[in-house]
Design a protein. Sequence first.
Length: 411
Amino acid sequence: MTRKKRVVVVGGGAAGMIAAIAARRQGADVTILEKNPRVGKKILATGNGRCNFTNINTDITYYHGNNPKFAYSALANFSAEDTIRFFAKLGIEPKVEDLGKVFPRSEQASSILDVFLYELNEIGVNIVCEACVKDITKEDDSFKIELENGKLYRGDRVIIATGGKAMPASGSDGNGYNLAAKLGHNVTAIFPALVQLKLEGPFFKRIDGVKFVGTAEIIHNNKSLAKDRGDILFANYGVSGPPILQISRKAGELLNAGEEAYLKIAIIDTMAKDELKQLLSKRFQIGSKKPVDFSLVGFINKRLIPVVLLEAGISDMKRSAASLAAKEIEKIVDILTGWRFKIRGTKGWSSAQVTAGGVDTREIEQNTMQSKLVSGLFFAGEIIDIDGQCGGFNLQWAWSSGFTAGQNAAL
């Protein structure tokens, strides 16, 4: 009779928990080692506490990394549809919202964690919390897993699902990269993604909190490399908002490579430049006696007005609107439709939603998530050099890679 495989899952986050369930359902004896006092802490913070747990539009185009196509097999093996069915069986009624985002109908991220905990307990997965793994070594056909407190665990298979470095308050400290490196794996450069951008400029404290719907682009060598539209928010350090988070990875990639990166923002993105110039010229004519700054009240956020005018080279804002030359109006139009900022960095790990970079995908078998270097070692989730856009894609990667790793580790 074949002995049950002993599978040890290092990390009790999204990828680790689903990997444990998949392995246990295949008949393995499964233990989760989680460094936090409880599993699933990061899940509670996702989707502003509502848990955007997948996206019905999931496909490879929403993923990044040195080889995004690596994600294809796992996403095909455990798709968004499979995710919805998986959670429906656990009791999660799905609710599809804009852009294909899927949430629990309960509107509570805690629902996802609750059904996970119930299932893990029901099928007999052993969960050990406050268990920080110090070292993993391969001995013949099994693994020795040593905790910081000196306790030892042994397994036939190990799944490293420790997450990345984003949101360190959830316990993500990058320890998994050290474990992978000790086992001979290459870890690509890592940097924060889905994160706010820090911009150069002396005026951000003056416009901190100003929000508008506009378009943002990452510019490098005068080429647009990433673009998105939606609610943009100026902050005292630079800029935030969903479009900024979506395109931030490209900025981080450039900066990490020592390249310069610029952000172009269109505050007015629903008119052509000529159309906007005509509209403003007419506005300045009609209100010809008004001061230049006051003549823009009611057109753009009034806290933006003095900054926009200064950026356009207009320092005397109390002169009459009628005195504006055509070239000055053109400069205002240029700012409103394509304001450029030099990006000086991104916010740090505590602000980032996900880690870009990770264990090199060339060293992982894409159909199984097993290491090509160490037989019996598997990876799942954010620790791998794959990251997704906002909208449920990163959790889908956790489910897809975790389920695939768990299934194959039990064999």
